[in-house]
Design a protein around this ligand. Sequence first.
Ligand SMILES: Nc1ncnc2c1ncn2[C@@H]1O[C@H](COP(=O)(O)OP(=O)(O)OP(=O)(O)O)[C@@H](O)[C@H]1O
Ligand SMILES: [Mg+2]
Length: 235
Amino acid sequence: MTAPALRLRGVCAAYDRIEVLRGVDLDVPAGSVVALLGPNGAGKSTTLAVVSGQMRPTSGSVEMAGCDVVGASPDALARAGVCMVPEGRGIFPNLTVTENIKLLSHFGVKTGHALDVAFEHFPRLKERRKVLAGRLSGGEQQMLALARALATDPALILLDELSMGLAPTIVEHLYEQVTALARTGVSILLVEQFASVVLDIADHVAVMSHGRVQAEGRPEDVAATLSTAYLGDAS
Ligand SMILES: Nc1ncnc2c1ncn2[C@@H]1O[C@H](COP(=O)(O)OP(=O)(O)OP(=O)(O)O)[C@@H](O)[C@H]1O
Ligand SMILES: [Mg+2]
């Protein structure tokens, strides 16, 4: 069997001395969409910070395609194909759509290729190519963030709360693109607070609370656990 795109075992991480990840175990099989769900403060974004190299775990292992990557820099991980779309999208509001995509040349991405990939996946962005990113709708901004991610030919995409502030139909459209990507072999770890938007598209769901994955499985199997994680231990 091929090694998973991403494997976390017993990952602990802390801000100063406050431990927020307390032994995270998580697998993202190659070419699959894994949803990491959980309430506010569960540790989801911190998990992505560890995976993208922005935060070093205090213990535990992080492997990508079977290789230990603990201690690798965000740049090194980006070169290895890890692409993070952060909460808030990470685009430049005072630059046009085209300029935002062209900036990828700083990371060694060829501009012509980047524009082709972006506009092929999101024709809407081509129509809006001369518009300042800050003047795009929320959905278009998220398309731009995704397009920038795609243009780097990533192996593993990390998506933090793609749905934030967007209408459900737009979120659905964006996640359709995400599933299409996974079918091309890209592995995807996405984070959301609310389950319903992703239960239809994820291959695998992990439910996180209090710095740990408390349950995981196929979407239909973890639905019951989700309500417990959100509502607390209402016993
Ligand atoms: N920079 C930071 N410094 C100190 N504590 C932090 C920092 N960032 C997050 N925390 C704390 O770490 C815990 C986990 O936060 P994290 O952002 O990973 O949660 P999350 O699951 O992404 O939540 P949300 O759904 O609100 O985005 C929280 O208690 C949070 O207050
Ligand atoms: Mg978060």
